[in-house]
Design a protein around this ligand. Structure first.
Ligand code: ATP
Length: 240
């Protein structure tokens, strides 16, 4: 059986003591890609931030490889447990080159840049270019390549496709699958492009207004398209 990397149990999380996500339970195992879906404002980013130790746990628990995430902001501790968060803004250092961004991704041990380039060969010829001069798609490749260099156990990717042309994110999505398959990392993938995300995922969860309204195998969610669409419209429409 695969190692359980992330367990979220009955989580309430939010801002200034007010929950925007309520009673969420989900898990991610090693080698899995798990999609966290839902309309704007559903609470997806808030959930990722809380797992990374950047949020407030108001009730319930978040456990990463057996360790409880502290209730209040302790991101530096969680990062040491092998958790990588690729945020919506990609988190790159624009003044530094591709190589320097990759080198900075690992603070200890050898940096295996070739391994990262194996997943993103298009970055090879750009290795000496400043990150700020890359296209949006290349920047997203670099953000993902940085996380590979860091050798995470658990990788969280927020809205990878944001601002990118379809041809680019359709190419990047299968690479996320490859990362999970070849490195054994567990991936929690937040994505607006539901079909594409589910095509590369093992399982999916749908949040709406902070509530978990649907979950299941990615293939089942894709097969029950009407229910999945209804889940985006709200809990009430599912109960009708
Ligand atoms: P999106 O795709 O729009 O980013 P999301 O599912 O990631 O949507 P969140 O960003 O997690 O949603 O937002 C969930 C709720 O929390 C929203 O109602 C949002 O307004 C609120 N929220 C987000 N950030 C903050 C903040 N810093 N302070 C207070 N409320 C916030």
């Amino acid at each position: 059986m695969s190692e359980r990397l992330l367990t979220i149990e009955n989580l309430d999380t939010g801002y200034d003591g007010v929950a925007v996500v309520r009673e969420l339970s989900l898990h991610v195992d090693a080698g899995e890609v798990v999609a966290l879906l839902g309309p704007n404002g559903a609470g997806k980013t808030t959930t990722l931030m809380t797992v990374s130790g950047m949020g407030q746990i108001l009730a319930g628990s978040v456990t990463i490889m057996g360790r409880p995430v502290p209730r209040l902001r302790q991101a530096h501790r969680v990062a040491r447990w092998g958790v990588i968060h690729v945020p919506e803004n990609r988190g790159l250092l624009f003044q530094l080159t591709v190589r320097e961004n990759l080198q900075l991704a690992k603070t200890r041990g050898n940096v295996d840049i070739d391994r990262a380039l194996d997943f993103f060969p298009a970055l090879g010829p750009l290795i000496s270019r400043r990150a700020g001069l890359l296209s949006g798609g290349e920047q997203q490749m670099l953000a993902l390549a940085r996380s590979i260099v860091a050798e995470p156990k658990l990788m969280m990717v927020d809205e990878m496709s944001l601002g990118l042309a379809p041809v680019i994110y359709e190419e990047l999505m299968p690479v996320v699958r490859r990362i999970a398959d070849e490195t054994g990392a567990g991936v929690l993938l937040v994505e607006q492009h539901v079909d594409l995300a589910l095509e590369v995922s093992d399982r999916g969860y749908v949040l709406n207004h902070g509530d978990l309204v649907m979950q299941g195998l990615a293939s089942d969610l894709l097969a029950d398209r009407a229910l999945l669409d209804a889940s985006y419209l709200g809990v009430e429409s599912l109960e009708e």
